[in-house]
Design a protein around this ligand. Structure first.
Ligand code: MTE
Length: 321
C-alpha cells in the first residue's frame, strides 16, 4: 500500500530512520570496502543470507510528525525475551552464547491449501521484496520505542499459504529449545511462546513480519530470524523467533492470556482508556527519552487508529481488551 493519497504512518523521513551521519557513514563504508562482502562480514553469522536485498532507506514520500527513532544500541540491549530470563539485559547476554538461528525452518500449516516447511531465507525470497517501516512499539509495561524494522507484510505469507474459508485465526508459535534455553526448562510460562491474531488482523496492512532492524538482520535478542511486529498492539503480541504459523478455526490459546487472563487479553490493543489491573496505561516512558522528557501520553491503538479501528467496530474494548 504505497500509493500516494494516504500517507502511511510507518513511513518516516530518512533522517528519522537512521541519524543521517550514521547512514552516510554506512554508505561510505560500503563504497570504500566493496559492496556487500565487507559489510556482511561484520554481521552476525545468523541470517547473513537474509541481509541481501535489505533496503537502504524507507520511502521518503511519507512521514510521521515528531517521532524520533530509538537508538539502535537501546533497541538491541533492552529486551523482553523471557525464554532467556526476566531481566531486560539477559536476552542480549544469553541468546548469543551459541544459540543457532541459522539454518531455521518455518512451518506454515493448518487450514490452508499450501502448507509447507521452508527455510526462512527461501521464504523471504518468495514473499519479498523486503521493505523498511518505522513502527511505534508500546510494551504493556508502559514503556515505548520507535523501531525501523525490515521485513514484509504478513498478508503476503497469508496469500502464499492460501487459507481455507473456515480459517478465523492465525496462531504463531516461537521456538522450543530447552537444551539451550534456560527458562524453557522451568514452568514459569507455558512454552513454547504462542500468540494469535484474527485473520482480518493478519491481513491488515500494518501486520508485519520483521527479519531485520536498522538495516541489519535481526539480532538473536530481538527475535532472529523472523518475528511479528504489530504496532497497534502491546508488544507481547509480537512473538519472536517464529517456528510455526498455523491457520485455525478456533481462537488460539496464547502464552500471556493463559498466564494472566485478567491482565492480558487476546486482543491486547494499545488502549490508554483501559488500565492494566496493576498500573495505568495512560502514558508511557520513552526509552532513551531522558529523565525529564521521557514520558508521553499513550495514543489509542498506539496512534494507528486510522488503519485498524474498523477491525473492532461494535466491539466492547473493555471486555475484548
Ligand atoms: N516473543 C517471545 N518468543 N518471547 C518473549 O518473551 N516478549 C514479548 C515480545 N515477543 C516475548 C516475545 C514482549 S513482552 C515484548 S515487549 C516484545 O517481544 C519485545 O521485543 P523487543 O525485545 O525486540 O523490543
Amino acid at each position: 500500500m504505497r500509493n500516494a493519497q494516504a500517507r502511511c504512518s510507518w513511513d518516516l523521513p530518512d533522517d528519522a530512520v537512521t541519524p543521517q551521519a550514521l547512514y552516510l557513514r554506512r554508505r561510505e563504508f560500503l563504497r570504500v570496502f566493496g559492496f556487500g562482502l565487507a559489510a556482511t562480514a561484520l554481521l552476525p553469522v545468523t541470517a547473513r543470507a537474509a541481509s541481501a536485498g535489505f533496503p537502504d532507506s524507507l520511502n521518503p514520500s511519507f512521514k510521521l510528525d515528531s517521532v524520533k527513532l530509538t537508538a539502535e544500541d537501546l533497541v538491541t540491549s533492552y529486551n523482553n525475551f523471557y525464554e532467556w530470563g526476566l531481566g531486560k539485559d539477559q536476552p542480549k547476554e544469553l541468546s548469543n552464547r551459541g544459540w543457532k538461528t541459522e539454518p531455521w525452518t518455518v512451518e506454515i500449516g493448518g487450514l490452508c491449501a499450501n502448507p509447507r516447511k521452508i527455510d526462512v531465507n527461501e521464504l523471504i525470497k518468495l514473499v519479498g521484496p523486503i521493505e523498511r517501516r518505522n513502527y511505534r512499539h508500546r510494551c504493556v509495561e508502559a514503556w515505548s520505542m520507535v523501531i525501523p524494522w525490515d521485513g514484509f507484510p504478513l498478508t503476503r505469507l497469508v496469500d502464499l499459504a492460501q487459507p481455507k474459508p473456515d480459517t478465523r485465526y492465525v496462531k504463531f508459535t516461537s521456538f522450543f529449545d530447552p537444551a539451550n534455553c534456560p527458562a524453557q526448562r522451568g514452568k514459569d510460562l507455558p512454552w513454547p511462546y504462542t500468540e494469535g491474531l484474527t485473520i482480518a488482523e493478519a491481513r491488515n496492512e500494518l501486520a508485519f513480519l520483521a527479519v531485520g532492524l536498522y538495516g541489519k538482520p535481526l539480532r538473536n535478542q530481538n527475535g532472529a530470524p523472523i518475528r511479528l511486529a504489530l504496532p497497534w498492539k502491546y508488544g507481547f503480541k509480537s512473538a519472536k523467533s517464529l517456528m510455526k504459523i498455523e491457520f485455525v478455526a478456533e481462537q488460539p490459546q496464547t502464552t500471556w492470556n493463559l498466564t494472566g487472563p485478567n491482565e492480558y487479553g487476546f486482543y491486547a490493543n494499545v488502549n490508554p482508556n483501559v488500565d492494566h489491573p496493576r498500573w495505568s496505561q495512560k502514558s508511557e516512558r520513552v526509552i532513551g527519552g531522558g529523565f525529564f522528557s521521557g514520558k508521553q501520553p499513550t495514543l489509542m491503538f498506539n496512534g494507528y487508529e486510522q488503519q485498524v479501528a474498523h477491525l473492532y467496530v461494535g466491539m466492547d474494548l473493555r471486555k475484548n481488551f
